[in-house]
Write a protein that binds this ligand. Structure first.
Ligand code: NDP
Ligand code: GUA
Length: 488
């Protein structure tokens, strides 16, 4: 490498240029562990968003004409650079998002894995030949890039939620306008530094940093040039963007909220269930859409599980990312803290009890004690709303049928988990759960090779895996007629 690249950028990235807002507006990015301002980032608006869309439209003409191998070579260079800069990227990510450094290092590697995976998958976007019902016709399909893609991403995974959209889009031959969350734009901009270094042409990836999510979202969805929207975030905003996209009939990928059940049957391996529930609930301090939101425990194992689990939760080390022993960082905002507080208060009011936690952490600010509630019931808010924080509510059930009914009693259907040592039950329950992903005796189920996505109001489409690139491709059917089989 020639020289260290400067990863901390405070300007937006449009058509390969680092760009200020037209009116010079900026917004502050804060470290959620300290409240300290760590950057002043360009605050772009509707006009700049329209410009970025136009540049992405122009860049599409040449980018879509490159071969999958050429695109793959650039993506592989990008992957290598991300891994080369894994530590500084992780430090930046922890600063703006708050998660412990080890989790950030893991997220950078996870994020990079989508770039490497789709660098390969892009070469395998096969069409088909279809046996023709008519002797004089030949029928084939080819796959072509959808076109310009708008991507809107959340703050909880500032790297991986970007790369699992941008990786397949670029590999397929699409260009993008990306709006990262206003809380965490710095990792996105740092990724752009490395993409440019890897040789990504100007205009292929544009990044709009903005606090006007409504205006930018409306501009992206209203645009006829933008042919697809890929969004990860709340169900409320997902529905809004879906409605806005109806006018121009965009292709949609929506990764929305979850309310994941985690079921522990009497025949579970208790050690494994405790370890898995800890991982599934407390990853990123509970701020993950696949985090277990409802822990359903069978009568016969309830007390033993509650005791072991709450001891493990109480032992979690809460602290800032600068303390390398931290396992739980701060929540992203004071609003997130309020939601956690409200869910706990509502549960306690309705008869739940605390086994551990339940209060703001002594560190102050946005740190919250990892919390376990017992005797939680379906009338409580926590049963139906995603808490998105470090609160584990333990529900009680009597038999398998009741567990399945409780698990499926949700508008969401993203992830579900259960623990059993009975193979028949494992298949039965896995098939009965209404969710896009199921962990069986396993609490961490995400990686780049598997299809990530939900059913019901958890969204549309799949990210990662061989399916992840399909959302960025259109199938075109070609009918070759007039074929003279005797030869002319
Ligand atoms: N599925 C998931 O991974 C996530 C789920 N959530 C759920 O959502 C709750 C709220 O989190 P929150 O951060 O507010 O999630 P949002 O859905 O509001 O934010 C996600 C992204 O959407 C953007 N956005 C917000 N409003 C609009 C709009 N009108 N048009 C276009 N884009 C918009 C945000 O921008 P900006 O940051 O500038 O507001 C951000 O980039 C969480 O508590 C959790 O339950 C949250 C994040 C991720
Ligand atoms: O959408 C999210 O909340 C992030 C998902 C993290 C994962 O890929 O497991």
């Amino acid at each position: 490498m020639k020289e260290e690249l400067q990863l901390l950028r405070q300007q937006a990235f449009i058509n390969g240029e680092w760009t200020d807002a037209l009116k010079g507006k900026q917004f502050s990015v804060r470290n959620p562990a300290t409240g300290e301002i760590i950057a002043q980032v360009a605050d772009l608006g509707i006009t700049e968003t329209k410009q970025a869309i136009a540049f992405a439209g122009q860049a599409l003409v040449t980018w879509r004409a490159t071969t999958a191998h050429e695109r793959s070579a650039i993506l592989k260079r990008w992957f290598k650079l991300i891994m080369l800069y894994q530590m500084p990227l992780a430090q930046l990510l922890s600063q703006e998002q708050g998660k412990p450094l080890n989790e950030s290092l893991g997220e950078i590697a996870y994020g990079a894995s989508f770039i490497e995976w789709f660098a390969e998958e892009g070469k395998r976007t096969y069409g088909e030949t279809i046996p023709s019902p008519a002797p004089h016709r030949r029928l084939v399909t080819i796959k072509q890039p959808v076109g310009v893609v708008a991507a809107i991403t959340p703050w909880n995974f500032p790297c991986a939620m970007i790369t699992r959209k941008v990786g397949p889009a670029l590999a397929a031959g699409c260009t993008l306008v990306l709006k990262p969350a206003a809380e965490t734009p710095l990792t996105a901009l740092a990724l752009a530094v490395l993409a440019q270094e890897a040789g990504l042409p100007a205009g292929v990836l544009n990044i709009i940093t903005s606090t006007d999510a409504t205006g930018v979202g409306a501009t992206l969805t209203a645009s006829d040039t933008v042919r697809k929207l890929s969004f990860t975030g709340s169900t409320r905003v997902g529905k809004l963007l879906m409605a806005q996209s109806a006018e121009t009939v965009k292709k949609l990928s929506l990764e929305l909220g979850g309310n994941a059940p985690l079921i522990v049957f009497n025949d579970a391996d208790l050690d494994s269930a405790v370890e898995g529930a800890l991982a599934a609930k407390f990853r990123n301090s509970g701020q993950t859409c696949v985090c277990a939101n409802r822990i359903l425990v069978q009568d016969g194992i309830y007390d033993a599980f509650a005791e072991r689990f709450s001891a493990a939760v109480a032992a979690l080390k809460v602290g800032p990312a600068t303390d390398h022993e931290s396992q739980q960082g701060p929540l992203i905002s004071s609003a997130a803290c309020r939601k956690v507080e409200e869910h706990i208060a509502d549960a306690l009011r309705q008869g739940a009890s605390l086994l551990t936690g339940g209060k703001p952490h002594a560190l102050g600010g946005q740190f919250w004690q990892p919390t376990v509630l017992i005797n939680v019931t379906s009338t409580m808010r926590i049963a139906h709303e995603e808490t998105f924080g470090p609160v584990a509510p333990l529900f009680r059930f009597h038999d398998e049928q009741e567990a399945i009914e409780m698990a499926n009693d949700s508008e969401s259907g993203l992830a579900a988990y259960f623990w059993t040592q009975n193979i028949q039950r494992a298949w039965r329950v896995a098939e009965a759960l209404e969710s896009g992903m199921v962990g069986i005796n396993e609490g961490l189920i995400s990686n780049e090779v598997v299809p990530f996505g939900g059913i019901k109001q958890s969204g549309l489409g799949r990210e990662g895996s061989r399916y992840g690139i399909e959302d960025y491709l259109e199938v075109k059917y070609l009918c070759f007629g007039g074929i003279n089989q005797t030869g002319v």
